[in-house]
Design a protein around this ligand. Structure first.
Ligand SMILES: Cc1cc2nc3c(=O)[nH]c(=O)nc-3n(C[C@H](O)[C@H](O)[C@H](O)COP(=O)(O)OP(=O)(O)OC[C@H]3O[C@@H](n4cnc5c(N)ncnc54)[C@H](O)[C@@H]3O)c2cc1C
Length: 472
């Protein structure tokens, strides 16, 4: 009997002495369990992928944005001080808030598999009396023009065909799939009433679009690729994708029951911030589009901003002037992207043709997006990118090709609204990126220490149980 008590006491003493080691073993065990995917998903993501581990390290982007002519610090400062405030105001003016779009979903690649869950997926179209008179052609509201929800107010703009807008011509964009000159089935949407945010569009339907975009139309270039032309399309699309994800995370439906909207730091971290290349591509896309706007400065300055609301139209024009001729922008980042460097080699024209074809395909894929609001913003932003590509690559500085720049009103609306979206995303990443990363890190640490203390308590109870028993 004595020997038995002695043995038990020995065992407990061993347990007490080795407790710190046991603690470490438990911690390692928990970490292993979590990294093998059995723990909370956020923790597993954090530990599992060493490339994505930015634990407590603040993500600072410095130096020149790759393939551009401006550095991160300058982008952040001109965006925060100049572009963001001007663009925020500009997109609320009547001229820039009505976008003409074909919302019908007739996917040329596969049957429509609309997977939208939320009411927020659908677009609130403009009633006929809302959008500006000069945008309309009298008598176009015939009964056969039905909108998405079979309402008669899905009016079509044909006014631009006839009106002598200075600078507003009807022309097709060679980079996009939709025929911009065909007004059938087009409808007007007030963008201010349809913010780009979380819609619940997710799963295989959304994944199929992005997969088709990346795998078939702009595959990721291999590391070490030096041909800038081969990288441009991927970087533009990836930058746009980052911006879309940032808007989803920044305006997320946190609680469906109480309809509570707010930021989702985990989504922001998991989809964007933990991938530095996605953030870098966002900056690239921003500078690319900014360069297009600056290159078209004279055109934009002289164009007619006419919605019939004189005061607001003067405001649009004044804001455009302040933007394209801004002294701070001109001095700190005069050439955000140098398009003249591209298409120089022998294979230049062929490369350009290929990229144009791929971009057109991506644009056609927007008709496959199974959520109306996502389709609206997808189409707008792709038209905006197509307009930037048209400005930078379809016309050269000296009009050597004999093609003076001609833009359609809808292209300008898309271009400036796209720049505004990118500007918002840059602001979020720059001003709140660290806060999101820290908040996710905190959640991870809290979850891990909660798990650890749970195991420690369990272990302590087992140990005291054994100790108690042995003393009986
Ligand atoms: C055109 C379009 C517009 C959309 N608009 C909205 C919207 O307004 N609101 C909404 O809630 N949902 C929208 N969606 C859906 C949304 O983009 C996501 O597809 C959805 O939230 C599911 O996300 P996910 O985590 O599966 O990753 P996804 O964002 O679908 O990404 C799919 C894959 O692409 C790769 N990837 C992700 N980001 C990048 C990047 N920046 N660069 C390179 N590769 C990347 C990754 O491998 C990832 O697994 C839209 C989808 C499309 C196609």
């Amino acid at each position: 009997m004595k020997t038995e008590i002695y043995e038990k006491e020995k065992e407990n003493r061993w347990l007490r002495r080795k407790w710190p080691i046991v603690g470490i073993i438990i911690t390692v065990f928990i970490a292993t369990a979590l990294t093998s995917g059995r723990g909370a998903s956020e923790i597993s993501l954090f530990f599992r992928n060493p490339d994505s581990c930015h634990c407590q390290v603040s993500q600072k982007y410095t130096g020149i944005v790759e393939d551009c002519c401006c550095d991160y610090e300058t982008v952040n400062s001109i965006n925060g001080e100049v572009l963001y405030p001007l663009l925020q105001e500009l997109v609320t003016t009547p001229f820039f808030r009505y976008f003409k779009v074909k919302l019908w979903c007739d996917c040329p690649f596969w049957p429509n598999d609309g997977m939208c869950r939320l009411r927020d997926c659908s677009v609130c179209e403009c009633p006929e009396n809302e959008f500006p008179e000069p945008f309309k052609k009298p008598g176009i509201l015939s009964a056969h023009l039905m909108c998405q929800e079979e309402k008669p107010e899905a009016s079509v703009d044909r006014t631009v065909d006839n009106r002598a807008f200075r600078g507003w011509i009807v022309t097709d964009n060679p980079w996009t799939n939709d025929d911009e000159t065909d007004n059938d089935e087009m409808t007007y949407v007030n963008l201010q009433l349809n913010p780009e945010r979380y819609t619940g569009y997710t799963g295989p339907s959304a994944r199929k679009i992005w997969d088709a975009v990346y795998s078939e139309n702009c595959p990721k270039y291999s590391a070490g690729e030096i041909c800038q032309e081969k990288k441009v399309l991927y970087k533009l699309i990836s930058g746009l994708h980052s911006s879309i994800s940032i808007h989803i995370a920044a305006d997320y439906l946190l609680d469906e029951v109480t309809n509570q909207w707010g930021q989702n730091p985990k989504l922001m971290h998991d989809r964007i911030l933990r991938y530095p290349d996605r953030v870098q591509n966002l900056y690239f896309t921003y500078l690319f589009v900014l360069r297009a706007v600056m290159k078209a400065a004279n055109y934009l300055e002289q164009a007619e901003y006419n919605t019939g609301n004189n005061e607001e139209d003067l405001k649009s024009q004044s804001l455009i002037r302040q933007l394209v001729h801004n002294p701070k922008l001109q001095s700190s980042c005069p050439l955000p992207f140098d398009e003249a460097k591209l298409w120089q080699g022998q294979s230049g024209p062929e490369l350009k043709q290929n990229i144009q074809k791929q971009f057109k395909n991506i644009s056609a894929l927007m008709d496959c997006v199974g959520c109306e609001k996502c389709r609206l913003w997808g189409k707008l932003q792709i038209l905006g990118l197509g307009t930037a590509l048209k400005i930078l690559f379809s016309v050269d500085n000296n009009n050597h090709q004999g093609l003076p720049l001609q833009l359609q009103r809808n292209e300008v609306i898309a271009l400036l609204n796209l720049l505004n979206r990118l500007s918002e995303s840059i602001k979020v990443v720059h001003e709140s990126g660290d806060m999101f990363v820290n908040s996710v890190d905190r959640q991870i640490v809290d979850a891990a220490s909660h798990e650890t203390s749970k195991w420690q308590n369990l272990w302590k109870s087992i140990a005291s149980l054994r100790l108690g028993k042995s003393l009986i």
